[in-house]
Write a protein that binds this ligand. Structure first.
Ligand SMILES: [Cu+2]
Length: 126
């Protein structure tokens, strides 16, 4: 058996292991026994409360956004493709799975709000 073939087999085995580890889906298959990471975020006129969110990578995150202000607000998290409007007095939820670690900016995309301070930081830990 050539070295190259051995390597190819090793890669295949690793890939199938990784696939089976991610498989399963559905409820109750989370090895840590926890559900999604739940975060509640308030959109106020004109700021976020809290302004920092910390989550773990590769686990679903559910953010409940409560607009407690009198203006329409929006939650944008470009790095993970999240863009959700929230009307005054309304609550919306967004779900995403952070697939990279680091610090990412979230903000309100209503004109002027980001500039006025509706900016926060999502930290994704390994
Ligand atoms: Cu806003």
């Amino acid at each position: 058996v050539s070295k190259r073939l051995t390597l190819a087999i090793a890669v295949l085995i690793t890939a199938s292991l990784a696939l089976s580890a991610c498989g399963g889906g559905g409820s109750g298959s989370n090895p840590s026994g926890q559900g999604p990471q739940q975060v509640t975020l308030k959109a106020e006129d004109i700021k976020w409360d809290p302004t920092t969110i910390t989550v773990k990578a590769n686990q679903p995150v559910v953010i409940t956004i409560q607009n407690t202000g009198t203006l329409k607000h929006n939650f944008t998290l470009q790095d993970f493709g999240v863009n959700q409007d929230v009307d005054p007095g309304k609550t919306e939820t967004v779900t995403f799975t952070p697939n990279k670690t680091g610090s990412f900016q979230f903000f309100c995309n209503i004109p002027g709000h980001k500039e006025a301070g509706m900016v926060g930081t999502l930290t994704v830990n390994p």
